[in-house]
Design a protein around this ligand. Structure first.
Ligand code: PEP
Ligand code: MG
Length: 580
């Protein structure tokens, strides 16, 4: 039976294919029986996982106690988890299931967890009912260890290239980046927000995606025929022949449009009144360079280097990073390559990093990006040296994410000087005049721009986080996705203010958040005076088309008026007045 589900449109286009269900990372585990002679080994595997989690918790507790800022709740929370871990009710019953019924360890554990949580559900006391979550979390920890690594997404044998639609409860950016090798037709998830990094990776791959569908996964089966309408945020399940035909037609029309845009590849990005605009690309991995060249981007405005650190057990060493950065700059002779230093944390996690197992009370506000790097100087210095070493092969610029304080700028610059001194000592060449820029993605930075203008050579506005932090909306949470509003007057004023002040100070400024790649906002940003846009290669030609049709100076006057509105709905209504 045909039915449709509605979610958030995060990556435009149409995909038609068959469902490939991906298990929830922890809760849907394989269920099988081990051989009689393997029962002891299975028990040992279970016990070893318990010991590992126990060690993790002890470590976590020591760290919580050692750091003066750590909330007392964290320590109490760890105690509670340790208590459950030692509770025979949780750990003895699975042992019995392994022994008596030869269940694999994961399955045995999940069965007992379900048995216990059912009992918690029936409790009258709300406090006790909530403890159910603690059990689930400790079980998730054990399962993570039992399952080893983060899940690996693979294609089933026999599936056609464009015929695979991933259906998942949730996907992390680390999951999604694997799609680069897998030729996925599209994906849908129950959770997620429009500017989560998962959605960003989908856009960079130009694969249609819908997130925030709530209950799609439990309603679908492997191999169901699906249509993703990534432009409208709709998933159609089991379409009839007529609907299928209509979508096939729409899909080929869209491909035709895309092909037409290719004619703009070598056109200069210049407005009707002769203002030259620089259109540069965002990349996640060196292999994205082919797409960058395909659309004729003027360089790289944002290399999200943290993706080099994901899906692996060990950190990439300095040499490996150096090779990655060098390969990018050598592939674009004469063009600037802006390498952003590590922005791990929040939804971008790398298990290889020290402290990755630490549970943060609020990761988006936690030890993310430059905060992490300044806390882990050896990791930071290795990256800085790798970037500096690559700088002798072309024009590399360094970009520091998540700066808010003047002292963070100073500390970052000191670390760069330290890395330079180390290289000088070993007589390694690098660009002595490498430019260092800062991202403006925290409202505090946009409002207190002085130190940024004084100490840095360029700025790049990260609207994804700027919106998140201005409006207090977690960009990955579909429950508040409707409040994530790029056109909120507060956001627009912060962007406009940053551009205006940078312009007055003579400092180059770009926008590298998702707003820069949204062709419906090109004129708005031009009207704020923006001259550099950084976006996924898949969006670049559409933005260029808008630029070629725009009059820079006329837009400035119109946008100044628009910035006076106090309501995003009014701004949206007035956007059309910028056309023509
Ligand atoms: C941003 O915040 O707008 C940005 C470009 O950085 P990221 O999306 O990687 O956080
Ligand atoms: Mg950001």
């Amino acid at each position: 039976m045909t039915f449709a589900l509605h979610g958030l449109a995060v990556s435009p286009g149409i995909a038609i294919g068959h469902a490939h269900l991906v298990s929830h990372a922890t809760m849907e585990v394989a269920q099988y029986q081990v051989r009689e002679r393997d029962v002891e080994a299975e028990l040992a595997r279970f016990d070893a996982a318990l010991t590992t989690v126990q060690t993790e918790l002890v470590l976590l507790k020591t760290e919580a106690e050692a750091s003066p800022g750590a909330a007392a709740e964290l320590s109490a929370f760890v105690d509670l988890q340790s208590m459950f871990l030692a509770d025979p009710l949780l750990v003895d019953a699975p042992r019995e299931l392994i022994r008596a019924r030869r269940c694999n360890a994961e399955w045995a554990l999940v069965q007992q967890m379900e048995h216990l949580t059912d009992q918690f559900d029936e409790m009258e006391d709300a406090y006790l009912r909530e403890r159910k979550q603690d059990i689930v979390q400790v079980v998730e920890r054990i399962l993570k260890v039992l399952l080893g690594k983060s899940r690996k997404i693979t294609r089933r044998k026999g599936a056609d290239d464009d015929d695979l639609i991933i259906v998942a409860h949730d996907l992390s950016p680390a999951d999604t980046i694997q799609f680069k090798q897998l030729k996925i037709g599209g994906f849908v998830t129950d959770l997620g927000g429009a500017t989560s990094h998962t959605a960003i990776v989908a856009r960079s791959l130009a694969i249609p995606a819908v997130v925030g569908l709530h209950h799609a996964r439990p309603m679908l089966r492997d191999d169901d025929l699906l249509i993703i309408d990534g432009t409208r945020g709709v998933l159609i399940v089991d379409p009839d022949a007529r609907v299928l035909e209509e979508y096939r037609l729409r899909k080929s029309e869209m491909e035709l449009e895309r092909n037409k845009l290719k004619r703009l590849k070598s056109a200069r990005a210049i407005t009707l009144d002769d203002v030259e605009i620089s259109l540069v690309a965002n990349i996640e991995l060196p292999q994205d360079i082919d797409k960058v060249k395909e659309v004729g981007a003027a360089g790289i405005g944002l290399f999200r280097t943290e993706f080099l650190f994901m899906n692996r057990d060990e950190l990439p060493g300095e040499d490996e990073q150096f090779e990655a950065y060098r390969s990018v700059v050598k592939a674009l002779p004469g063009k600037p390559v802006t390498i952003r230093t590590l922005d791990l944390g929040a939804d971008k996690q790398a298990r290889a990093l020290r402290g990755a197992e630490r549970m943060e009370p609020n990761p988006a506000l936690g030890l993310r990006a430059i905060r992490y790097c300044l806390a882990e100087p050896q990791v930071f210095l290795a990256q800085l040296r790798a970037i500096l070493r690559a700088s002798q092969y072309g024009k590399i610029r360094m970009l520091i994410p998540m700066l808010a304080h003047a002292h963070e700028i100073e500390q970052s610059l000191e670390m760069i000087e330290q890395a330079k001194a180390q290289l000088r000592e070993s007589r390694t060449k690098f660009d002595e005049n490498i430019e260092v820029g800062g991202m403006i993605e925290i409202p505090a930075a946009a409002l207190a721009l002085g130190p940024f203008l004084k100490r840095l050579q360029f700025l790049s506005i990260g609207t994804n986080d700027l919106i998140q932090y201005t409006l207090a909306i977690d960009r990955t949470d579909e429950a508040v996705a409707h409040l994530y509003e790029p056109l909120h007057p507060a956001v627009l004023r912060l962007v406009a203010l940053t551009i205006e002040r940078s312009e007055r100070a003579g400092l180059p400024v770009a926008v590298c958040g998702e707003m820069a790649g949204d062709a419906s906002l090109t004129r708005l940003l031009l009207g704020m005076g923006l001259r550099q846009f950084s976006m996924h290669p898949s969006q670049l030609l559409e933005v260029k088309q808008q630029i070629l049709r725009s009059d820079f100076s006329r837009l400035r006057a119109k946008v100044a008026r628009l910035l006076r509105f106090d309501d995003a709905a009014q701004v949206r209504e007035q956007l059309v007045s910028l056309d023509g």
